[in-house]
Design a protein around this ligand. Structure first.
Ligand SMILES: Cc1cc2nc3c(=O)[nH]c(=O)nc-3n(C[C@H](O)[C@H](O)[C@H](O)COP(=O)(O)O)c2cc1C
Ligand SMILES: C=C(O[C@@H]1CC(C(=O)O)=C[C@@H](OP(=O)(O)O)[C@H]1O)C(=O)O
Length: 366
């Protein structure tokens, strides 16, 4: 199976299966001299790990990350950084029924069609268990960004669960870590809790929308035309399991705006040009403008549910399949730290690419 690598200068290759002994990644291209310890990475893994509330999969993994190479005395050396996370709570017997049958909505059927054989335990390589490795790599990317762009912040949160969207008038960043949904709207967080409880107890699941924002991104990251920052962000988010749509800035809604409404007008401020709005989501012509970079993505409802769904098996026989096991009733919750990690990786990659091409030089205004 090829294509397990993401990025150009900051390159992440992930490996491992959900029910194998371990998963992990190799980060190649990290500059030398960046302060990095396992303790710097662990909080990001803790934010994503399974089994932390009744609203996520009940699989219990510590997701303890180990740095095996590329760091000496707390500093990156510029050599490949190998990160490893052990799998400790696999329960492969739950997957006996899908050894031969295909879960509707999961990757079982396409993996079989393409490769002719698959590690069906836990979905193998197609399991979002793989996203733990992305989050570990994202931790390295954050360390690079913290060293090279002080003040840059990345924050993700859920803005919609099923049909229930947050009220932006109640947006309170302080609430994001205070509920199990990364929800910035405390009223909607309570609503989601009741809604998701009812859905999971009735053997169902639901989709979601996640928004991730990076502030303090310098102008000038990204390149026309095949190295666009927005193009790479779309690819990064779309590569996350269950993602079905990605938007930058106003995204799909910009189609219903007029040119007058959509123009992000510009004025001179005390420190240079200032934009009066941010419909563009911080990216113009594939290049960051210095405004916040705003990315949104939609995840579909979890396909592994206890309600019987019609499917077929490898012999071509039709059957009704109940998917047992420990599954997320709304994958959007744990996709929040994953989206943050992918944004961090793309920004670190583009920062290094930009330094290679322009040396960080910028055109002057004013
Ligand atoms: C954080 C996260 C957790 C997920 N948890 C589950 C799960 O418990 N059960 C499941 O069937 N799918 C889960 N998924 C979705 C599947 O991994 C995904 O649907 C599958 O890989 C097929 O890929 P596709 O949906 O992109 O086509 C999860 C996705 C993410 C991002
Ligand atoms: C293990 C994780 O999530 C898993 C993602 C997943 C899927 O199909 O994507 C299915 C479940 O796997 P299993 O049935 O093997 O426990 C989840 O628990 C994790 O994120 O660490």
């Amino acid at each position: 199976m090829s294509f397990n690598t993401f990025g150009h200068m900051f390159r992440v290759t992930t490996w491992g299966e959900s029910h194998g002994p371990a998963i992990g990644c190799t980060v190649d291209g990290c500059p030398p001299g960046i302060a990095l310890t396992e303790a710097d990475l662990q909080p990001w893994l803790d934010a994503r790990k399974p089994g932390t509330s009744k609203f996520t999969t009940q699989r219990q993994e510590a997701d303890q990350v180990r740095i095996l190479s590329g760091v000496f005395e707390g500093m990156t050396t510029g050599t490949p950084i190998q990160l490893m996370i052990e799998n400790t709570d696999q329960r492969s017997k739950d997957y006996g029924d899908i050894a031969q049958a295909f879960r509707p909505g999961h990757a079982d059927i396409t993996y079989h069609q393409k490769y002719g054989l698959r590690d069906y335990r836990g979905g193998g390589r197609s399991s979002a268990r793989e996203t733990a490795s992305r989050v570990a790599a994202g931790g390295v990317a954050r360390a690079v960004l913290a060293a090279l762009v002080p003040g840059l912040t990345i924050r993700g949160y859920m803005v919609q669960m099923g049909p229930k969207a947050i009220d932006r008038a109640r947006f309170d960043a302080g609430q994001i870590g205070q509920n199990p949904f990364w929800c910035p709207d405390p009223v909607m967080a309570a609503d989601w809790a009741a809604y998701l409880d009812e859905l999971r107890l009735s053997h169902n699941s639901v989709g979601a929308v996640i928004e991730v924002v990076a502030e303090g991104v310098p102008a000038g990251l990204g390149a026309p035309l095949y190295g666009k920052l927005d193009g790479d962000l779309a690819a990064a988010m779309m590569s996350i399991n269950a993602v079905k749509a990605v938007e930058i800035g106003d995204g799909m809604a910009s189609a219903s705006l007029t040119g007058v409404e959509n123009a992000d007008e510009i004025r001179m401020g005390p420190n240079g040009p200032e934009f009066l709005s941010n419909h563009a989501g911080g990216i113009l012509g594939g290049i960051s403008s210095g405004q916040p970079v705003v990315v949104r993505f939609a995840v579909k409802p979890t396909s592994s549910i206890l309600t019987p769904r019609r499917t077929v098996n490898q012999k071509g026989e039709e059957l009704d399949l109940i998917t047992k096991g420990r599954h997320d009733p709304c994958v959007g919750i744990r996709a929040v730290p994953v989206g943050e990690a992918m944004l961090a990786c793309v920004l670190a990659d583009h920062l290094l690419r930009d330094r290679g091409q322009t040396g960080g030089q910028r055109g002057k205004i004013g």
